[in-house]
Design a protein around this ligand. Structure first.
Ligand code: SF4
Ligand code: SF4
Length: 107
């Protein structure tokens, strides 16, 4: 499921964070979300996977974490959090708590 995120700067920290959430290692190739370049408008698209696709694992909403790890390390965390909430609403998947916590060490 693809979402447009005009504020995304394309740093791909979220991909690293997601892979760490799933595997304990930084392997963006397995991330549940992929940042997709676009040319027609500012920002990037965020591709979120509801099911496993090749090496890429399904998003489980970071269930059990107070804040989804991808959101925790995103500089535009409110916008990414909103996308995850929309994804959760469309898929019926539980989404992590709102992104209101300050940036901190890896939880
Ligand atoms: S961490 Fe945030 S700003 Fe960086 S690529 Fe991911 S969504 Fe975009
Ligand atoms: S909420 Fe989904 S995309 Fe974000 S880190 Fe967790 S599993 Fe990955």
């Amino acid at each position: 499921m693809k979402f447009t995120m005009p504020s995304c700067g394309g740093c791909r920290t979220c991909e690293l964070a997601c892979s760490f959430h799933h595997t304990g290692e930084f392997m963006p190739a397995v991330s549940s979300l992929t940042i997709v370049e676009k040319t027609e408008s500012p920002g990037y698209d965020v591709l979120l996977r509801e099911t496993e696709e090749g090496k890429n694992l399904a998003c489980n909403g970071c269930e059990g974490r107070e804040v989804p790890l991808c959101v925790l390390y995103c500089r535009e965390r409110d916008d990414l959090s909103q996308i995850l909430q929309e994804f959760g609403a469309q898929t019926g998947r539980k989404e992590g708590a709102p992104a209101s916590r300050k940036r901190g060490g890896m939880p």
